[in-house]
Design a protein around this ligand. Structure first.
Ligand code: ADP
Ligand code: MG
Length: 706
């Protein structure tokens, strides 16, 4: 090994037992380039050498379990369609188990040894009383222990190609073990200040690295895991807070000192209702922020229907009072259109230039709007992401509202700042539905947060009911009685892309069936789905808004924003196929008027455990913040819409669904440190400063992210 390098920076091929060819495989398969990459790719589980199950006690459909016994025999079976598989007979002191592999057949045939003792790991299936395990992980007992005394052996994720190169978990274990034996305390620089280690009672960076691979007991494992999770989140927070400070230093904004004619006229004469105290509180926070010469970057969270729009509007009027333009950017055309209509309505008679811009505004009309915007004749512009396109030029944009829906990336948000040459516009980001605290800390950790935690008064709690297919006749009867009272109804079908054709058929069948129960001309039904032309969609939507139709049959396109206060029933078909936050959004389409509203969740009898929990949660609570927490726990962070590309959620061990306590601690430490020492100049923060510098170098795109 070249000795001028820190051992951790050594290229992977120089490691004993690896070499150029296997090094290449590490690089290609797992993106592991250096010793550091190798050592900081952690085991995904451990073999607890003290815990083995017995075949006779195993029940079907349980968790993964570990068994110890003999591989009696193996056999390669040629499949009809040319695909072969391997089956094996495994036995322990209590019984027999069949093993089956469909993949990696060639490699397995070579490497599995009949008659040898193995530790195996996987899920047991029971069929007709026969027990089997598909694709078990296999481990020769003779090779499994690195230290004869070890209780836990690490298991690393592998790929077929890695296995074929002999780089399975066992080999990795050996390589890593011999590396860790040579590595000394000085080779693993401490990244956290001693006072944090002491306060949190966690081990040094060096110990943690040893323990995470080869813990000698449960406690060491836990200590290592906790420190790694803490550190992962701590440095994300430090980075977000540093970029916030950097932004405040780099971007000046105009201080909006005046509360003048526009705000006061609207507030005193035009406000259609009394603001809730939560809305007042939030407007105060925004006013205070915008009054300063530093850029406001604020996140506004509030449940569906909590009244975020009026907050955005009042804030835009403050900008106008100070001589600046505002924009409001929404994630979809429909939502942008609705914002435009309701805001135009509210501002009627106030002599304010207000315009709408989206991809569908074209030709002369578009040119005129762009011209007016440039000349400052447009004071408020509302639209889709068309607003951030380069040729959209403002005279002096002072304030930008982003209605986010988790769909705009941070990069897009940033492109709004550049719309004003001299001064950065103040920014207000609104989330369409509440997001869990841990997710907010991660994705919006560089923003200040306002929360509307109260719904406008007089709203009746929406009644949510779960019904099976057999209750359809009663459902139809109920819908008839609601329509007789003059109410309107949504009926929503799932539309998931892969099965789009089938989903459309479901919707059409449902529509045909409805026509029998609600015949024309007494009843009129709108249909809206994603495959329709925008103009047709709009026309159908308008018919419903104008009460020409009583029923709106739709796919999830209506999820966002649609506001028809007279609609009092939301029927959701195949509810089990919707995600929780989607269901909550849909439910939020009703309960907007004074009438008692209902949300009826239709399902088949067969529902998965998770689907059942989603439905129970919907029936149990109307609180969007609570629903968001359950959603995160059920789905895990990986699935949260629109967040994958952000790179902010790539944690190795941290789980933002379950590690809230660790995340809170890390955030608090980061906040204190950055507040106390924004440039990380103090000697006690030297470790942090160096690690931040190293990470910055490692992830060159950090700057782009925030
Ligand atoms: P969201 O926060 O989901 O965007 P909106 O801003 O669309 O909610 O508001 C939902 C509905 O509640 C709108 O019809 C709006 O006019 C009404 N609303 C907002 N604030 C109040 C209030 N303080 N009192 C009564 N109605 C309100
Ligand atoms: Mg809204």
């Amino acid at each position: 090994m070249p000795n001028h390098l820190n051992i951790l920076d050594t290229p992977i091929e120089y490691v004993k037992g690896i070499g150029p060819s296997r090094g290449e495989t590490f690089r290609k398969e797992l993106n592991i380039h250096t010793v550091r990459n190798l050592l900081y790719t952690f085991p995904f589980r451990y073999i607890d050498r003290t815990k083995f199950h017995l075949i006779k006690d195993v029940k079907a459909e349980g968790d993964n379990i570990q068994l110890k016994g003999t591989l009696v025999s193996i056999e390669k079976i040629k499949g009809k369609t040319n695909r072969s598989r391997i089956t094996g007979i495994f036995k322990d002191s209590s019984g027999f188990l069949e093993l089956v592999w469909f993949q990696g057949v060639t490699w397995l045939e070579k490497s599995l040894k009949e008659g040898e003792e193995y530790i195996i790991y996987g899920k047991v299936n029971v069929f007709n009383g026969n027990k089997s395990m598909v694709h078990p992980e296999m481990e020769l007992v003779s090779e499994s222990a690195i230290h004869l005394t070890s209780t836990f052996d690490p298991v690393y994720s592998s790929t077929e190609k890695m296995d074929a190169k002999g780089l399975d978990s066992k080999t990795r274990r050996k390589i890593i073990n011999s590396l860790l034996v040579t590595i000394e305390e000085k080779d693993v620089p401490e990244t956290l200040p001693p006072y944090i280690l002491e306060k949190l009672k966690i081990g040094s960076a060096y110990n943690t690295l040893q323990w995470i691979h080869f813990p000698s007991n449960e406690r060491e494992k836990e200590l290592a895991v906790n420190r790694i999770k803490f550190e992962e989140f701590f440095f994300v927070q430090v980075r977000l807070l540093l970029s916030k400070i950097y932004r405040q230093y780099k971007y000046r904004s105009a201080p909006f000192a005046t509360i003048g004619h526009y705000f006061n006229t609207f507030y005193n004469h035009k406000l259609p209702f009394e603001l809730t105290s939560a809305q007042k509180k939030v407007i105060k926070e925004i006013r205070a922020d915008m009054g300063k010469p530093v850029q406001m970057n604020r996140l506004l969270q509030g449940d569906v229907g909590s009244g975020k729009t009026i907050v955005a509007l009042l804030s835009m009027l403050i900008a106008l009072d100070n001589g600046f333009q505002s924009c409001l950017m929404a994630p979809t055309e429909i939502l942008a259109q609705q914002h435009f209509e309701s805001i135009s309505g509210l501002l009627q008679g106030m002599d304010i230039g207000i315009a709408f811009l989206s991809g569908s505004v074209k030709g002369k009309k578009r040119a005129a709007i762009l011209q007016d915007l440039k000349e400052g004749k447009v004071n408020i512009i509302i639209g889709t992401h068309a607003l951030i396109e380069e040729h959209v030029v403002f005279k002096h944009l002072g304030f930008a509202v982003v209605d986010e829906q988790h769909r705009f990336g941070v990069a897009q948000r940033a492109s709004l700042w550049k719309k004003n040459d001299a001064l950065a516009p103040h920014i207000l980001v609104m989330t369409a539905t509440p997001i869990p605290r841990t997710l907010a800390m991660t994705l919006y950790g560089d923003l200040d947060v306002s929360v509307i935690d109260e719904l406008p008064p007089g709203r009746k709690e929406i009644k949510t009911i779960h019904k099976y297919e057999t209750a359809r006749p009663q459902l139809i009867q109920f819908l008839h009685s609601e329509i007789a009272k003059g109410r309107q109804i949504y009926i929503v079908y799932p539309l998931i892309e892969e099965s789009e054709k089938l989903d459309l058929k479901n919707l059409n069948d449902g529509y045909e069936r409805l026509l029998q129960y609600f015949p024309q001309p007494d009843f009129q039904i709108s249909v809206v789905h994603g495959r329709m032309k925008a103009a047709d969609k709009d026309w159908e939507m308008q018919r419903f808004i104008k009460k020409t139709t009583q029923i709106m049959v739709a796919t999830t396109v209506i999820e966002v924003g649609v506001n028809v206060p007279n609609a009092s029933v939301m029927v959701i078909e195949n509810t089990e196929r919707f995600g929780l936050s989607q269901l909550h959004q849909l439910r939020g389409r009703v309960g907007r008027g004074a009438d008692q509203s209902y949300c009826i969740l239709m399902t088949d009898y067969k529902i998965s455990k998770e689907g059942r929990e989603r439905i129970h949660t919907m029936v149990r609570t109307n609180n969007g913040f609570e629903i968001a927490e359950v959603d995160l726990k059920l789905r895990g962070p990986g699935d949260i819409q629109g967040t994958q590309q952000s790179g902010l959620l790539d944690f190795k061990l941290l789980n933002i669904g379950t590690d809230r306590a660790i995340m809170d601690t890390a955030r608090n430490f980061a906040l204190h440190i950055i507040e106390d020492d924004p440039k990380l100049e103090k000697p006690r923060h030297e470790n942090i400063r160096q690690e931040v510098a190293r990470l910055k170098h490692q992830y060159k795109d950090w700057a782009r992210i925030s």
